[in-house]
Ligand binder design. Structure first.
Ligand code: CS2
Length: 490
């Protein structure tokens, strides 16, 4: 079977049947964007929006960069960086070939080339999906973690950075020296006020490097965005399904849902493509959209991930099909998250109902284990922000507290059948030490984990209105298990 490539997709359309291919000649496209973190989410989301606008705006091609591993580059280079985006739901699978990514650089072996590319005057936007941990920040305060090993390295070796802040600073320094205007830095990660967070991190890094760079960075725009599309990790079974559908070999197709949403703060002094022409929403204030999404979608996701995994559900669609988990998630959104959000109630109710349908998508094999990873980086904005607002208003947090307790049970690294759980988290070893020392003593385990200040800060561990329900639910999880405990709380 032939490999997906430029040659194949520009061959006689008859050969491609009804496969949707780029509506533009790729050789006419030039780079305008560098994207750091060229993972599955970006390829299902921003890269698809850009693909839709390139026919009329060919100067906005994407150069991707992988910061951690060369896998994406190795997989896509032989197929001219083309890949299949497979939109799946109960009605079937619809495939399209995405051509907006022109190249992928491996930051570990092509660092100099990446920084030079980011300094190219044609590059007017540097966007990021480096996940929460890629910001090298303290999740509880949002400040740059100046002791982070990558930050320590990059300050000592500013011309060979390994972190996203370090790479951005190195490229901005080059542009400064060359008298060029800066690119816009657009965060597309699940962080509260992600643009402000990116600004805080990069500005502080620049201040630690030089006053001149710090002054220059203060002229950089960091718009916030809200990004939303559910994108499970691609499996070999997915690859075979796509191979059969399109009749071509694609080393790394991306599976996703029909729903997509992108809300962008309109602040691009170096210019931008007409994102609004392809369905993005350009607004003055992204925060209401961000809070709604982080607290309703991502808060429900993390709660389902831990309770679902502990209950024996491998996929989100199985977890939400459990009546007790569905009741719990519905109640968490309706009774505990929605009252903290500024959006109008009908908008929130419609969003909730749409989320419940999205979670139930039977065609998406979204693993609870995938969502469960990096909990120390996710809990602050997904559950703890809502909890703080509820406690400040003197309101209950039973369901949210169960989400936190389920994370605590999960990071013990042993499931209810006594089997090991592969806990993926930057602090996994530390969490495991705390859990091993506490054993099945809920109060001790809760106290030990609540002392992880990067997650819980210094306020929540001292608040009995938070500690009591979390400890009580943890006790129940340890004694009765996730299914019984969920049934009691939902
Ligand atoms: C998920 C998110 O893996 C996770 O933590 O909660 O990736 C989620 O699928 C996206 O934010 C949906 O937009």
């Amino acid at each position: 079977m032939p490999r997906l490539s430029n040659r194949v997709i520009h061959a006689d359309p008859v050969q491609n049947g009804d496969l949707m291919v780029p509506k533009y000649r790729r050789e006419r496209v030039t780079p305008g964007i560098v994207h750091l973190g060229i993972g599955a989410f970006h390829r299902a989301h921003m890269a698809a929006y850009v693909d839709d606008l390139l026919a009329d705006n060919p100067g906005w091609g994407i150069i991707g960069a992988s910061l951690r591993r060369p896998d994406t580059r190795d997989a896509l280079a032989p197929q001219d960086f083309l890949y299949t985006l497979a939109v799946r739901d109960a009605s079937g699978t619809r495939c399209r070939v995405i051509g907006s990514i022109l190249d992928v650089l491996d930051a570990n072996t092509q660092r100099g080339q990446l920084i030079e590319t980011m300094a190219d005057p044609r590059i007017r936007i540097v966007s990021l999906t480096v996940t929460e941990k890629g910001y090298c920040h303290d999740p509880a305060t949002g400040a740059l973690d100046e002791q982070h090993p990558d930050i320590v390295h990059d300050l000592a070796h500013p011309d060979s950075p390994v972190s996203a802040p370090g790479l951005i600073a190195a490229a901005l320094e080059l542009r400064r020296r060359r008298g060029l205007i800066p690119f816009t830095v657009m965060s597309c990660d699940n962080l509260p006020s992600n643009g402000k967070t990116a600004r805080r991190i990069v500005t502080r890094f620049a201040e630690l490097r030089s006053p001149e760079l710090a002054t220059y960075v203060r002229t950089v725009s960091f718009p916030s965005t809200m990004i939303d599309r559910i994108v499970p990790a691609t499996t070999d079974a997915d690859r075979e399904i796509i191979r059969q559908i399109i009749g071509l070999d694609d080393a790394w197709p991306i599976m996703t849902e029909p729903f997509t949403q992108w809300v962008i703060e309109d602040d691009f002094p170096a210019g931008r493509p007409p994102f609004e022409s392809v369905g993005a929403q350009l607004v003055d204030d992204v925060e209401p959209f961000e809070l709604m999404k982080l607290r309703m979608l991502n808060g429900s996701h993390s709660t389902m991930a831990y309770l679902g995994y502990l209950s024996g559900y491998q996929h989100v669609s199985e977890a939400i099909a459990d009546p007790a988990i569905r009741r719990l998630v519905h109640g968490l959104m309706t009774e505990e998250a929605m009252p903290t959000l500024p959006m109008a109630r009908p908008v929130l109710e419609a969003y909730r109902d749409q989320l419940l349908a999205r979670f139930a998508n039977p065609a998406l094999k979204h693993r609870t284990w995938q969502i469960a990873m990096d909990g120390t980086q996710k809990l602050p904005q997904r559950l703890l922000g809502t909890i703080r607002d509820r406690l400040a208003a003197g309101q209950g947090i039973e369901r949210l507290a169960l989400g936190v307790a389920a994370w605590m049970r999960y990071v013990t690294g042993i499931d209810e059948a006594g089997n090991p759980i592969e806990v993926k988290d930057p602090h996994a070893a530390r969490l495991r030490q705390i859990a091993d020392a506490a054993g099945h003593d809920a109060a001790r385990l809760a106290k030990g984990l609540l002392a992880v200040s990067e997650v819980f800060g210094t306020d929540l561990p001292l608040n009995p209105a938070f500690v009591e329900p979390v400890t009580r639910h943890l006790q129940s999880l340890l004694e009765l298990g996730a299914k019984a405990t969920t049934g009691q709380v939902a």
